[in-house]
Design a protein around this ligand. Structure first.
Ligand SMILES: *Cc1c(COP(=O)(O)O)cnc(C)c1O
Length: 456
């Protein structure tokens, strides 16, 4: 993997952003602390902040703050800026669209960008059957609409989701999300007809990883048959790699078994690829890994290089089941966001970001596995492409170690490496670098992480 071409990470003709880690104050520095004090006085307490450094510029593999610090970014705004924070094609196309017109509402008077994004999605998503797409603003909105569409098509109501799943923060998607704190606590009641079944979590499957796929699929299917009735199920919704749940890759064979069951019972199989999509795992979509062709696929995050856009894409006969006027929204498929998405997809193809994601995984996994040999709190190292995680445990056990996870994240932040945590037990460090991350910054970030483990 070579260093990111400057065109991918920097504003065209704008100030060049040095691809380096640079600490000139403590993290957060005095100006960030001042802004954080204003934030606490002005912004609702429920909107949290992982690392309160206030950003002025970002691109390639770094974010630069108001104090002049430059941090290595292993978070990509939660798997959003796969092409970098200021990819040339994204900025140019979005800026041109911004100057032409900002909005008309696609449901009132349409424009080409929306149609072009739908065409791209129909082409890039798995399967060569006839497809349709509909565009929205956020991932949660896409998931809600996938459920609406599946219910309209099947004329059934039940929705099946999985342990450790995450699908958003709106009422329906909160109910579909597994974890209570912080996502659901105190915010109920939740929408009815949502049912949760086991997922094949290899590291924590009680009878061993080798039994996880068959056991979990059998249990999930038995629960659906006995507790819900397959004939009542409109949709089965799953992330091909569970993101917020801790980058859990279901044991091989689990997803195909669920897909087969869905097909045999007339259930719409929905892959929630909001975090895994758009080259993140080294493929356009993570379900390609086991050759899965979902009936519907939800996308957001990485789709538009940082602008808010989301989509549901799938089989034409299912997508077209909702009546005219039944889907949409004032801003859904905003023209500036669509232009950004076309620039983002163009960048992914041009820079072959699937290959870049694979190269990032090929660098990270061996280094993290070597750390696992040295540090007994690393219970598991896993992931695909540039979606990589370590699960931390108490030494000599599999007991989750959220304290060490928080301490490590803090130590990395102090050294100018932005990392995120995840996991049902809060004990997973997750790494989601922009796919244009320069090689030397990836290596430096891993050095910082290793030093943090050694210093724990
Ligand atoms: C982030 C995420 C969502 C929700 O997306 P928002 O844009 O935050 O509403 C849904 N599903 C998955 C898998 C996600 O990672």
């Amino acid at each position: 993997m070579s260093a990111a071409p400057s065109s991918a990470g920097q504003l065209p003709g704008g100030p060049s952003l040095p691809q380096e880690r640079r600490l000139v104050t403590a993290v957060p520095g005095p100006k960030s602390q001042e802004l954080q004090a204003r934030k606490l006085a002005a912004v609702a307490a429920g909107v949290g902040t992982t690392l309160p450094v206030y950003i002025t510029r970002a691109g390639g593999g770094v974010v630069e703050d108001v104090d002049g610090n430059s941090l290595i970014d292993f978070g990509a705004g939660i798997a959003v800026t796969n092409v970098g924070n200021s990819a040339k094609a994204v900025v140019e196309r979005a800026a041109a669209q911004l100057a032409a017109f900002t909005h008309t509402c696609f449901m009132v008077t349409p424009y080409e960008g929306y149609v072009a994004v739908a065409e791209q999605l129909n082409e890039l998503t798995p399967g060569d059957h006839e497809k349709r797409s509909a565009l929205f603003n956020s991932g949660a909105e896409a998931v809600e609409n996938a459920v609406k569409i599946a219910r309209a098509y099947t004329k059934r109501t039940a929705v099946v989701v999985f342990d450790h799943g995450y699908h958003g923060r709106t009422n329906l998607t909160m109910g579909m999300t597994a974890k209570n704190m912080p996502y659901k606590h105190g915010f109920g009641p939740f929408a009815p007809e949502v049912y949760r079944v086991p997922v094949a979590y290899p590291y924590r499957w009680l009878t061993g990883a080798e039994n996880a796929a068959a056991d979990a699929a059998a249990q999930a299917i038995d629960m659906i048959n006995k507790q819900i009735g397959a004939e009542n199920v409109a949709a089965i919704v799953i992330e091909p790699i569970l993101g917020e749940g801790g980058f859990i890759e279901p044991a091989k064979g689990f997803l195909p078994a669920i897909v087969e069951f869905a097909k045999a019972n007339g259930i719409v199989f929905v892959a929630d690829e909001i975090q895994t999509g758009f080259c993140r795992t080294g493929q356009w979509f993570a379900c390609e890994d086991e050759g899965i062709v979902p009936d519907l696929i939800t996308t957001a995050k990485g789709i538009a290089g940082g602008l808010p856009l989301a989509a549901v894409t799938g089989r034409a006969e299912i997508m077209d089941a909702a009546h005219a006027g039944g889907l949409g929204g004032t801003y859904g498929g905003n023209p500036v966001a669509c232009a950004a998405a076309l620039g983002s997809i163009e960048t992914m193809k041009e820079l072959d970001l699937n290959a870049k994601a694979q190269a990032i995984g090929a660098t990270m996994l061996p280094r993290l596995r070597a750390m696992q040999e040295k540090f007994d709190i690393i219970g598991d190292v896993r992931g695909r492409g540039a979606m990589i995680a370590v699960e931390l445990v108490k030494p000599g056990s599999k007991d989750p170690n959220p304290e060490a996870t928080a301490a490590l994240a803090k130590a990395c932040h102090a050294e100018g490496l932005l990392v995120l945590t995840a996991g049902t037990y809060g004990n997973v460090l997750r790494f989601l670098p922009p796919l244009v991350m320069p090689e030397h910054l990836l290596a430096e970030g891993l050095d910082i992480l290793e030093t943090a483990f050694a210093g724990l």
